[in-house]
Design a binder for this molecule. Structure first.
Ligand code: SF4
Ligand code: SF4
Length: 158
């Protein structure tokens, strides 16, 4: 087979050979059909797809009356298979237990759902955030203040 430069005559000769024109026309027909059909792509990130209600995005820590619902019992950290949750629990002057530190390493997390299932206070749930990105592993260590509003991590484009 000839390599490199093809002259107009070479192309004409090739087109005259049987078996060249039909596939070419088929390809052009398919291209034209796709050109006229509805787009299957979207203008991400400005446009976003509807995702399943059951989607497990990065976690959210819930608050009630402006206080974390979490009482720092540590059950979620205990059942977490990759040990992605770190909790330090303290007690307030009123005798209420609360997590002074609640950190999830979202890179270690395997989104198994155990922490959400086991929580006796329904204090933790999944958000719908699926495109949390970063340049450093440390950015994926989310503290309790970060976990209140995971939507702030929705990718806006750069
Ligand atoms: S979803 Fe599973 S892996 Fe992720 S933090 Fe919860 S228990 Fe751990
Ligand atoms: S999130 Fe739930 S299971 Fe985890 S420490 Fe808080 S109260 Fe306990």
């Amino acid at each position: 087979m000839k390599k490199g430069y093809y002259s107009v005559d070479d192309i004409r000769e090739a087109l005259r050979k049987p078996g060249y024109v039909t596939p070419l026309l088929k390809g052009l027909r398919y291209t034209f059909k796709m050109f006229m059909s509805k787009d299957v792509t979207i203008q991400y990130p400005t446009e976003r797809r509807q995702i399943s209600e059951r989607w497990r995005g990065i976690h959210r820590l819930l608050k009630e009356n402006d206080k974390f619902k979490c009482v720092g019992c540590g059950l979620c950290a205990e059942v977490c298979p990759p040990k992605a949750i770190t909790i330090v629990t303290e007690e307030s002057e009123e005798g209420e237990r609360y997590p002074s530190k609640f950190q999830i390493d979202e890179l270690r997390c395997i989104f198994c759902g155990f922490c959400v299932e086991v929580c006796p206070k329904d204090a933790i749930e999944y958000s719908k955030v699926y495109d949390f990105v970063g340049y450093d592993k440390k950015e994926f260590l989310l503290e309790k203040e970060d976990l209140v509003n995971p939507e702030k991590y929705i990718f806006q484009g750069k």
